[in-house]
Design a protein around this ligand. Structure first.
Ligand SMILES: [Zn+2]
Length: 160
């Protein structure tokens, strides 16, 4: 059996708005995300971590800033990345997500995000953890200029 770890990161700018999609879940708040795609940093960092674990390359290689991928949803991106993993015979062991930002607070939406990610990734929600933290008012996240997300994943491939 082969077990591999991957780490992922994503950040986007935010502006005054009427909500955003995180982990495929719409969260109403006074800000929205500025991005070529839907800006779903949670889904994007999960994709980045999965690609990293399988040594498949940058997220930008799969989803360049072209018209083809304009406004692509995090859910569609996860679907494409999952197909890449399946083609290489990898299964997900677990995923640990750390969302970093002042706004929105995701606490109330955590279980919905976990369930939605589990559905998108076709795994049990108990295999996913989604934590939240802030930068104690420091930097772009502390000043509400942007939000970011870190993700670690473990994947496995059965022995032939
Ligand atoms: Zn992104």
């Amino acid at each position: 059996m082969t077990i591999r770890i991957g780490n992922g990161f994503d950040a986007h700018q935010i502006k005054k708005g009427d909500g955003m999609i995180l982990g495929g879940v719409y969260i109403a708040c006074e800000y929205s995300i500025i991005a070529h795609s839907d800006g779903d940093i949670i889904s994007h960092s999960v994709c980045d971590a999965l690609l990293g674990a399988a040594s498949l390359g940058d997220i930008g290689k799969f989803f360049p800033n072209t018209d083809e991928f304009k406004n692509i949803s995090g859910a569609e991106m996860i679907k494409i990345v999952l197909n890449e993993l399946k083609s290489k015979n990898y299964e997900i062991i677990n995923i640990d997500i750390t969302y970093i930002g002042e706004i929105p607070k995701i606490e109330k939406h955590r279980s919905e995000i976990l369930q939605n990610l589990a559905n998108m990734l076709k795994i049990d929600s108990e295999k996913i953890s989604c934590k939240a933290t802030t930068t104690d008012k420091m930097g772009f996240m502390g000043k509400k200029e942007g939000i970011s997300c870190l993700t670690n994943v473990l994947i496995e491939k059965p022995a032939k």
